[in-house]
Design a protein around this ligand. Structure first.
Ligand code: COS
Length: 393
């Protein structure tokens, strides 16, 4: 049976997340955007309420929520501010590889830290010369005695300046392409250097940093999963986290639509509120359709994950559609506001800047289309399980 009717628990969860966004995030969002203020207090409050590590298993002190519950929360938080939402959801990206492939010992230590205190972790895949082309990474991990020695630089690392530990991908066999990449946990105090704080166009309350690992030594047991199997862990991670980005995009799009609706009822031109003009009504109608479809695609991609099924195609459908919709809807919201939309005193200008990154991070709009094309041209693998065994295959 296909049914997206929310249970009472899911409705309460959504209301709780919405209330948090409305009370704690919205009132400061535009101010934090202006100054690029780090939302430490909000992170701590979110942790108290269980909104920081939604997918952290209960045995490690997390909320242990389903992926579906997670996207309900992520839409509401991003409705408040997607920059702050990115800061809050980043632990999910860093912890997914650990949940998929790490030993019980590593899980206990590093997932346990996230459960015990409002700490942050970062996901380090992208490099200055390896963005979409993950296999082109240059960071290396070399085994020396009882240590791995990691050397290299990572870029665009969310929460990089504040992370307690990092999930890091590095080449363990330089000649083997994607089959020569491994995944590691690197604690910050192992000698990680933060090189640069990026000054961004949008989502300015999130932290984005360039990181270097200069001869950073970590114990041998800090390898996550099997050696040279890191690429698959990274891909399975992105399958799990792209629905969350799609949910955030839906939240940004919905916020922009709501502002456009309110404004169109107040702004009078040619003697009537502009909402009375069909030119504006059609823009609003297109916004409503896109928000609705973005949410449905997001919910579908999260549901497959909860069923333990591979969702590569659906996750890319959701991420690509919702991110493009957020960009289109925020741009159209500026259009509805007319010249005022271009002025920083009005709310939609920020939303248009915030939306852009949704088409870039966790796989560009073009990478999503590449994945969709491959999955569509090749036979479907809908029943393939998304398990640790699949990562090792
Ligand atoms: N789940 C499990 N395995 C997967 C997978 C998935 N979703 N996607 C690919 N794989 C496996 C393939 O089956 C293949 O396995 P074998 O080695 O057994 O043949 C292997 O991984 C390589 O796959 P592929 O040939 O498709 O790799 P490409 O180098 O062509 O890369 C893209 C594929 C471009 C899709 C990938 O590099 C990508 O997603 N890039 C974007 C990265 C990104 O999102 N960066 C953002 C940073 S995180 S904020």
């Amino acid at each position: 049976m296909v049914d997206f009717t929310l249970t009472d628990e899911q409705k309460s969860l959504r209301e709780m997340a919405h209330g948090f966004a409305e009370k704690e995030i919205r009132p400061v969002a535009w101010e934090y955007d202006k100054n690029g203020t780090w939302p430490q207090e909000i992170i701590e409050k979110a942790w108290e309420l269980g909104l920081l590590n939604t997918h952290l298993p209960e045995e490690y002190g997390g909320a242990g929520l389903s992926f579906f519950d997670g996207v309900l929360i992520e839409e509401e938080i991003a409705w408040g501010c997607s920059g702050i939402g990115t800061s809050l959801s980043c632990n999910g990206l860093a912890m997914a590889p650990i949940v998929i492939g790490a030993s019980d010992e590593l899980k206990k230590e590093y997932l346990g830290r996230l459960g015990e205190a409002p700490l942050l972790a970062s996901f380090c895949l992208t490099e200055p010369d390896a963005g979409s082309d993950v296999s082109g990474m240059k960071t290396t991990a070399v085994r020396k005695g009882d240590k791995w020695v990691i050397n290299g630089s990572k870029s665009f690392i969310t929460n990089g300046e504040y992370a307690n530990w990092y999930t890091v991908y590095a080449k363990t066999d330089k000649e083997a392409g994607h089959r020569g990449i491994s995944c590691f946990i690197v604690p910050r105090d192992a000698g990680v250097i933060v090189d640069k704080h990026e000054d961004k166009m949008g989502q300015r309350a999130s932290n984005t940093a360039a990181i270097t690992f200069p001869d950073v030594e970590i114990p041998l047991n800090h390898l996550v999963g099997e050696e040279n199997r890191g690429f698959k862990i990274a891909m399975m991670t992105l399958d799990r986290t792209r629905p969350g980005v799609a949910a955030m995009a839906t939240g940004v799009a919905r916020a922009a639509m709501e502002f456009a609706i309110d404004y169109s009822k107040e702004r009078v031109q040619f003697g009537v509120p502009i909402a009375m003009h069909q030119a504006i009504q059609f823009i609003i109608a297109d916004m409503a359709t896109k928000v609705h479809l973005a949410r449905l695609a997001t919910w579908n991609s999260a549901t497959l994950l909860d069923q333990g099924r591979r969702n590569t195609l659906e996750s890319s459908h959701a991420k690509r559609f919702a991110a493009d919709a957020a960009m289109e809807i925020t741009t159209d919201a500026v259009q509805v506001y007319g010249g005022y939309g271009f002025i920083k005193d009005y709310p939609v200008e920020k939303l248009m800047r915030d939306a852009k990154i949704l088409q870039l991070y966790e796989g560009t709009a073009q990478i999503q289309r590449l994945v969709i094309a491959r999955e569509t041209l090749l036979p479907r693998r809908i029943d393939e399980p998304a398990t640790a065994a699949a990562a090792a295959a």
